[in-house]
Design a protein around this ligand. Structure first.
Ligand SMILES: Nc1ncnc2c1ncn2[C@@H]1O[C@H](COP(=O)(O)OP(=O)(O)O)[C@@H](O)[C@H]1O
Ligand SMILES: [Mg+2]
Length: 254
């Protein structure tokens, strides 16, 4: 069980000058319990704080206040590598590319083995051909979709207790999304992995047991997809801006 207790993340406001710059609240007093083995989708408008929240859980963003507790242990002050050792693994929205590094290197590090069979099986699980990919360099020549699939494989390779995927479908071809959802569901079921997927994709929203809708750094809704629909439709109007004066306001109506 992963508990967020009044989790808040603030940054200095770049628009304010002076010696005591104002603070901007990116994640605002979020409390939520992710049950062990549950499948959660986090959605919400761009800039609402989804990635920031995911990075707080992983320890990439420092907590301004609040607590994060994993299976009864307070991990709020643990650095990234110790959270990772506790079983939390994060798949980046924009994975890094490393000149001179191959998929084999990345996967071997993640899986803790260079056993050919294991690596081939891992890479096959994310739907890419190991013959073509294993010794391919992870550099700028890769497509966005290719690098996301490898990112996925490195998360799975670690047998995570809690897997956080930030927009795993970005850059992925449409026909791969279904198998990707199936793959994450299988990992969740077989390994009882608490799975948290940040996504706008309906396939992930439908696959989730619980949907969290983030708006302005807060959880605006949690529950089933049905119940979220009116709010999701409402997002097509950017009423999340304080300045929006409603449907007839051309500045914000989309
Ligand atoms: N370290 C940071 N410093 C300043 N602003 C940040 C920082 N991290 C995120 N933000 C801002 O917080 C808002 C939410 O960002 P993010 O969590 O990436 O949104 P989402 O993933 O929901 O699209 C954005 O306006 C972003 O620019
Ligand atoms: Mg994001």
């Amino acid at each position: 069980m992963l508990e967020l207790k009044n989790v808040t993340f603030e940054v200095p406001d770049a628009d304010s000058d002076g010696e005591n710059p104002h603070r901007k609240t990116i994640v605002n007093d979020v409390s939520f319990t992710f049950e062990t083995g549950g499948f959660y989708a986090i959605t919400g408008p761009n800039g609402s704080g989804k990635t920031s929240l995911a990075k707080l859980i992983m320890g990439i963003n420092p907590l301004t206040s609040g607590k994060i507790v994993l299976d009864g242990k307070d991990i709020s002050d643990l650095p990234i590598h110790e959270r990772s050792n506790s079983g939390i693994v994060y798949g980046f929205q924009h994975p890094a590319r490393f000149k001179g590094t191959t998929f084999r290197d990345l996967l071997s590090i993640a899986a803790g083995t260079d056993d050919e069979d294991r690596l081939v099986r891992l890479i096959a699980r994310v739907g890419v051909c190991s013959l073509d990919f294993l010794d391919k360099p992870v550099d700028s020549k890769l497509s966005g979709g290719e690098i996301k699939k490898i990112e996925l494989a490195t998360v799975i390779a670690r047998n995570p207790k809690v897997a956080i995927y930030d927009e795993p479908d970005t850059g992925i071809d449409l026909w791969t999304i279904g198998p990707m959802v199936d793959l994450l569901k299988r990992e969740q079921k077989e390994n009882n992995t608490t799975t948290i997927v940040v996504s706008h994709n309906r396939a992930f929203l439908e696959a989730a047991d619980t949907l969290l809708l983030i708006r302005k750094g807060r959880i605006a809704y949690d529950g089933g997809l049905e119940g979220a629909m009116p709010m999701l439709e409402d997002l097509s109007v950017c009423t999340f801006s304080d300045k929006c004066e409603g449907e007839n306001d051309v500045r914000c109506y989309r």
